[in-house]
Write a protein that binds this ligand. Structure first.
Ligand code: GAR
Length: 231
């Protein structure tokens, strides 16, 4: 982030875009002193692409199917992103495996949100896998992106208890609510220069972040309940 201009965030999505909207809403409310300068989707029919456009945000569709291989797709993404000059690139439900062609130019300013307590359950079907394993909690992790799939250093993690009657869908809803809190917060820390990545790993205010990331605690309201949580 340079000068007095707000931080510029580019967001990559493939679908619904609720995490993208959490970032946009946080920018609009001032909780995140930044602007979403570009939203890119690899799918023209992504719901989030349409809603970003309606919110007046610049959008682009770069369809992976139009490219012969991952590297060609990744270099088209890089070229479009570089025009937008983002300070931070946030993957928000972007369901493509990225190669070093994409990751290297944005190393250290590339974050992802993943719906599990990494390093548990990289990849897909995270909630069902947590339920099937009999885990007592699930959650979400914001992490720096490295070439290892869902394997970059965790930054911030929110935990959600798994209840006896939970299905993958019911659990996903509660985890998503946490995702909408932790992604804007991690983005804010990053743009404030509090969150950094170097060869030793991820750091917060100069201190090494633990292997599972910092533990998010939802703000507590006057009734002692987590603010924003469902009854
Ligand atoms: C979110 O739950 C996000 O953590 C997950 O996709 C969902 C996107 O929802 N990401 C991944 O699984 C990436 N490996 P959204 O489009 O409503 O933000």
């Amino acid at each position: 982030m340079s000068g007095r201009s707000p931080g510029r965030i580019a967001v990559l999505i493939s679908g619904r875009g609720s995490n993208m909207h959490a970032l946009i809403d946080a920018c609009n409310s001032g909780a995140l002193p930044a602007e979403v300068c570009l939203v890119i989707s690899n799918r023209a029919d992504a719901e989030g692409l349409r809603s970003a456009r309606e919110a007046g945000i610049e959008t682009a569709c770069i369809a992976h199917a139009d490219f012969p291989d991952r590297e060609a797709f990744d270099s088209a993404l890089v070229a479009r992103l570089q025009q937008a000059q983002p300070d931070l690139v946030a993957l928000a439900g972007f369901m493509r495996i990225l190669t070093p062609v994409f990751i290297t130019p944005f190393a250290g300013r590339l974050l992802n949100i993943h719906p599990s307590l990494l390093p548990k359950y990289p990849g897909l079907h995270t909630h069902q896998r947590a339920i099937d394993a009999g885990d007592s909690e699930a959650g979400s992790t914001v992490h720096f992106v490295t070439p290892e799939l869902d394997g970059g250093p965790p930054v911030l993690q929110a935990r959600v208890p798994i209840q006896a009657h939970d299905t993958a869908d019911s659990l996903a809803l509660r985890v998503l609510e946490m995702e909408h809190a932790i992604y804007p917060l991690a983005a804010r820390w990053f743009l404030q220069g509090r969150l950094t990545l170097d060869k030793q790993g991820a750091h917060f205010d100069g201190q090494k972040i633990p292997a599972n990331g910092l533990h998010y605690r939802p703000p507590v309201n006057a009734d002692g309940a987590a603010a924003g949580s469902r009854p």
